[in-house]
Design a binder for this molecule. Structure first.
Ligand code: IMP
Ligand code: MG
Length: 184
């Protein structure tokens, strides 16, 4: 354990700049939830959370959608980040249930290059989902490599690496209650 001579904690770490506050997240997620509830009125969508990053968003979003819905989880790894990007996506943990005839809402933390979501949309379509929509808390449109258009977006952000509210930097910072940028 390190000895610290100030009041610095994980959440008020001076290396982090707040980009979106907890209150802004709360308000926007309430709006998106209401919009989804209106759009899917009388239907029974399945929310699919892309682990691990979308878990915090998912848990708040589902409580803002006043509908009869179900949830499932999938974990993927993508090798599309490096210089020799292949865009290859691998399923690490698969869904529990079948998708045949289901109306899917894919819940993602951030839409960056689009490789992960374009892979998942094609994969879910092949498994017989009857409709697939995407809700992304954050969108970095400048970074797109393949065309993916989210149906619902929380916030458009510039091309900066963000952490918190589920998003990590080397598995750290997922527990921040806000979205921040790590200062170099
Ligand atoms: P895509 O396939 O490039 O769209 O990648 C999306 C995934 O990359 C997200 O689910 C995140 O896990 C990760 N990612 C992209 N940008 C960031 C960021 O700024 N901070 C943390 N993770 C990110
Ligand atoms: Mg991730």
């Amino acid at each position: 354990m390190s000895v610290k001579d100030d009041n610095t904690t994980e959440f008020n770490n001076p290396n982090l700049k707040v980009l979106i506050t907890a209150e802004q997240l709360r308000n926007r997620i309430r709006e998106i939830g209401a919009e989804i509830a209106r759009d899917y009125a009388g239907r029974r969508p399945e929310l699919i959370c892309v682990l691990k990053g979308a878990i915090v968003f998912m848990s708040d979003l589902m409580r803002a959608i006043d509908l009869n819905l179900s949830i499932d989880f999938i974990a993927v790894s993508s090798y599309g980040k490096g210089a020799n990007s292949t865009g290859e996506v691998k399923i690490l943990k698969d869904l529990d249930g079948p998708l045949e005839g289901r109306e899917i809402i894919l819940v993602e933390d951030i839409l960056d290059t689009g490789l992960t979501l374009s892979y998942l949309v094609n994969n879910f379509r092949a498994r017989g989902a009857s409709s697939i929509k995407i809700v992304a808390l954050l969108n970095k449109p400048e970074r797109r490599k393949v065309e993916v258009t989210p149906d619902y977006v929380g916030f458009e952000i510039p091309d900066e690496f963000v952490v918190g509210y589920g998003l990590d930097y080397g598995e750290r910072y997922r527990n921040l209650p806000y979205i921040g940028v790590v200062r170099e």
